[in-house]
Write a protein that binds this ligand. Structure first.
Ligand SMILES: Cc1cc2nc3c(=O)[nH]c(=O)nc-3n(C[C@H](O)[C@H](O)[C@H](O)COP(=O)(O)OP(=O)(O)OC[C@H]3O[C@@H](n4cnc5c(N)ncnc54)[C@H](O)[C@@H]3O)c2cc1C
Ligand code: SF4
Length: 568
């Protein structure tokens, strides 16, 4: 008999199947729907395993947006997340805790192809890496969907065009509360409507920078941001969730003001759709196929030492591009000897992550901006007067904090302020994040070497990125005397370059040819009828804008397809 608490109106259960003992454990609704589910209830024995219409693995933007879109179907949906809810605490906003100690970073050790170990910049929480992200939510440019010639090679065309994605970009911007201003960004793609929210206003120093860049002939624009902010005269209103603090970038938001996947998708979905369950602290270890190899017949996981097997009509993997590839690779079987859905040999390959730098401009005058991440420049996205190839995107990021600078061991002597203490340096800083496109190359890949995870990255496209930095330096020096531009690395994860996995993409690309791609145009595995992947694995190229709005838009696109299938 199953014990059902009085308050449980519906006996929604997750069944734990411990293979060795051939015993199935039951978890009730409270454990699965609420955070911090902690222990299975031994002794509640069932004779059958639980079956879902849909299982989604990973609660980051790619998994959560898809589940959120499908929740109103009433289908039985299980969202599985290896991490827990990120604890809300004042330490969320402490730069030493976040950047120097890396408290929220996953304690993974991976290896480069040279055998050197590193810690990837991954975050295992409900909401995934979006708990830490900067919420700059860009659409890819229309030309990014076509072939683009770079100095160091070709960025391949996507098998679908921007027009195919446009309605889903619009839906994604609404879902993630994007603030912005159409018509300012000289390279923005056509959109079917305005941004759902007005742009986040510049503080006076950033407005002055915007004016001077415009006077230089550039087209600075308001950075599109996913944020729960309402402003009046540049100040948050009394009811605004976001308070425009100095921790909007790389920090989790203590107030849930950032539009991350937990806040925008998981929490509202669980609150209003009892057909959806969330299972936290559950690592999916393997996907099992039926004997034909054409269908996923079991999702194997481990939760606090207990093995579990769950089944679903459709399984969606959205573990992040690197972790999804690893899951497919370790799920190989007789029907899929090189890893699941890997007949093409492309799983784990074509890894892209942007060429990126975080730069701190040290100004003679203090910069008292609090919320700095409001401006971007795309004038050099596809080239420059002195360069025929794409350079990339410049955007602002959060103000440097003294602890971060100290943690990054910047040069001890600076010519114009030799004894500058770290807090003073932070006060004089103005901070930028630069990204240039890197190209999909088969040799850039993630794979297992025995038990070890190896990430093989060959740097490329350095000249375009170097020129982009020079452009920024040139334009800043025209309006800020005695400028010093310093490279920073903690923001994107310790040990850049290889540990900088924030913008991971491309490890299971979509396409029409099963010989050269892993997924078809619906992001379904060519070789497995009920397996989809909806993180950035599917990207054939990455452009130079931040990837998450495209991940969300694609997840919504795939959800529309799965809805037809589930409800047929
Ligand atoms: C510091 C930082 C700043 C960033 N800033 C921006 C920005 O401004 N704009 C932007 O567009 N992007 C930004 N990004 C990138 C952005 O966070 C990612 O693009 C986005 O989170 C990817 O979403 P996803 O769902 O594909 O994967 P993830 O967010 O990585 O989510 C995957 C989830 O799957 C879970 N998981 C993994 N493996 C398993 C398993 N085997 N079993 C169960 N669960 C599993 C993980 O715990 C995780 O919760 C930033 C990232 C970082 C780290
Ligand atoms: S700026 Fe707003 S969203 Fe960002 S951390 Fe502060 S309160 Fe949260």
């Amino acid at each position: 008999m199953v014990r059902i608490n009085a308050w449980r109106r519906k006996a929604r259960k997750v069944f734990f199947f411990e293979k060795k003992k051939q015993k199935t454990f039951v978890l009730g609704a409270s454990e699965t729907r609420q955070r911090a589910a902690s222990s299975a209830r031994d002794g509640e024995v069932q004779t059958h395993m639980s079956h879902y219409d849909l299982i989604v693995v990973g609660s980051g933007p790619g998994g959560a947006a898809l589940a959120h879109r499908l929740a109103p179907t009433g289908k039985k949906i299980l969202l599985i997340e290896r991490g827990d809810y990120l604890p809300r605490a004042q330490a969320n906003w402490d730069s030493k805790t976040v950047f120097v100690d890396g408290t929220y970073q996953a304690s993974e050790t991976w290896y480069g192809a040279d055998g050197r170990s590193f810690h990837p910049g991954l975050h295992y929480y409900v909401g995934g890496n979006s708990k830490m992200y900067g919420a700059a939510l860009f659409r890819l440019r229309e030309r990014d969907f076509g072939e683009i010639v770079h100095q160091h090679g070709i960025s391949p065309a996507w098998p679908l065009s921007y027009v195919d994605f446009e309605p889903f970009y619009t839906e994604a911007e609404t879902l993630f509360a994007v603030h912005g201003q159409r018509g300012e960004d000289p390279n923005e793609p056509p959109a079917s409507g305005p941004y759902p929210h007005p742009p986040v206003s510049h503080e006076p120093r950033i407005q002055a920078l915007s004016d001077s860049l415009a006077a230089d002939g550039l087209h600075p624009f308001h950075l599109p941001l996913g944020i729960k902010l309402t402003e009046h005269n540049g100040k948050p209103t009394p009811t605004s969730v976001c308070i425009r603090c100095d921790a909007f970038d790389g920090f989790p938001c203590l107030l849930n003001g950032k539009a991350d996947a937990q806040v925008m998708c998981v929490d509202p979905m669980l609150a209003s759709h009892p057909n959806v369950e969330l299972l936290t602290n559950t690592l999916v270890t393997k996907l099992q196929t039926d004997p034909t190899g054409r269908s996923i017949s079991g999702v194997h996981g481990v939760r606090e030492g207990e093995q579990l097997v769950l089944t679903a009509d459709i399984v969606v993997v959205a573990c992040g591009a690197l972790s999804s590839a690893l899951l497919l690779l370790r799920s190989g079987n007789d029907a899929h000897p090189g890893g699941l859905a890997n007949g093409s040999g492309q799983v784990g390959r074509n890894y892209m992550r942007h060429n990126q730098s975080v730069l701190m401009a040290l100004l003679r005058e203090p910069n008292d901006t609090v919320f700095q991440k409001t401006l971007a420049v795309s004038d050099f996205y596809f080239g420059a007067d002195d360069w025929d190839y794409p350079l990339g995107l410049i955007q602002m990021c959060a103000k440097s904090h003294g602890d971060q600078i100290k943690g990054e061991l910047l040069p001890g002597t600076l010519d114009f302020l030799p004894d500058m203490p770290f807090e003073t340096m932070a006060r004089h800083s103005m901070d930028f994040w630069l990204s240039s496109e890197d190209l999909p190359r088969p040799e850039n890949r993630i794979y297992y070497d025995g038990e070890r995870v190896v990430l093989d990255v060959h740097e490329q496209g350095g000249e375009a990125h170097r020129r982009l930095k020079k452009k920024l330096e040139y334009h800043l020096s025209r309006n800020a005397a005695h400028l010093v531009l310093l490279e920073r690395k903690l923001y994107l994860g310790k040990g850049i370059p290889i540990g900088g996995t924030a913008h991971q993409a491309g490890t299971a690309r979509f396409g029409t040819d099963p010989a050269s791609s892993v997924l078809n145009l619906d992001c379904r595995a060519h070789e497995i009828d009920n397996l989809y992947v909806t993180d950035a694995s599917f990207f054939p190229s990455i452009g130079a804008v931040n990837p998450t709005l495209t991940i969300i838009a694609n997840a919504l696109r795939v959800a529309a397809h799965i809805q037809q299938r589930l409800c047929a």
